[in-house]
Ligand binder design. Sequence first.
Ligand code: ZN
Length: 267
Amino acid sequence: MRHILIAAVLSLTACTMMQRSQTEQIVAATLISDQQETDLGFQVHEELKKENTKFLENPEVGFYVNGLVQKILPLASADRPNVKWQYFVIDDPKTVNAFATPGGRIYVYTGLLLTAETEAEIVGVLGHELGHVVARHSARQLVAAKGLETVGAMALGKNPSDIAVLAAGLLGKGSIMAYGRDMELEADQYGAKYANAAGYDPRGLATFFEKLKAKGEVPEFLTFLSTHPSNNERIEKIVASIAANNYQSKELGAASLKAIQAKIPTK
Ligand code: ZN
């Protein structure tokens, strides 16, 4: 059944970018199973440990971040069931970043927790990262990077571990986490949606981008901002989505964030 579907998808010639994107999504979901994504996420985590990534072991901060994650998880789980979501706090106050890996592991740097001024901003970024997982961006990126034919041929091949090796190689260079412009914009939509559903002001994601732009800081997960000619496009799209969906949530959560920031190491 799976092979028939792959063959059918591969026989379609993608004529436009839109068709190509949709085709990639279908192929990605077909080729890379939930279990394979989980395995990939595990591999990346092992890689991070090998690189001596320092995880923050502060129960109070962990409890706090967990609380924020739990607020947005129900919607992400509804959009994509069968994901075992996990989160990790990386002790690195100089890095303003967050990322997600296949299988539902979310990583947030203390630098991001310290730079944000409201919980709405953090929840917006976390929602954005969940969005990458929900929309299978890693798998789609793999297909986009290697081409339908290559990935498709490997999936049809005799050795199922080929795909894992290929993906691990991409992950190792970090390129699978450097999503394209369309994927970033799509993840932003999820960020606003999830933040709003959790009761937070969905503009938090946009204000966070504004702040980083003003500071001249462009974290890795925003890199396309530095190369794309229209830096404001992302913020405009978030604001437009809030209006179109009539998102009304207002919670900012500034005071509770301030209290926890005092407990985060700054060195
Ligand atoms: Zn992103």
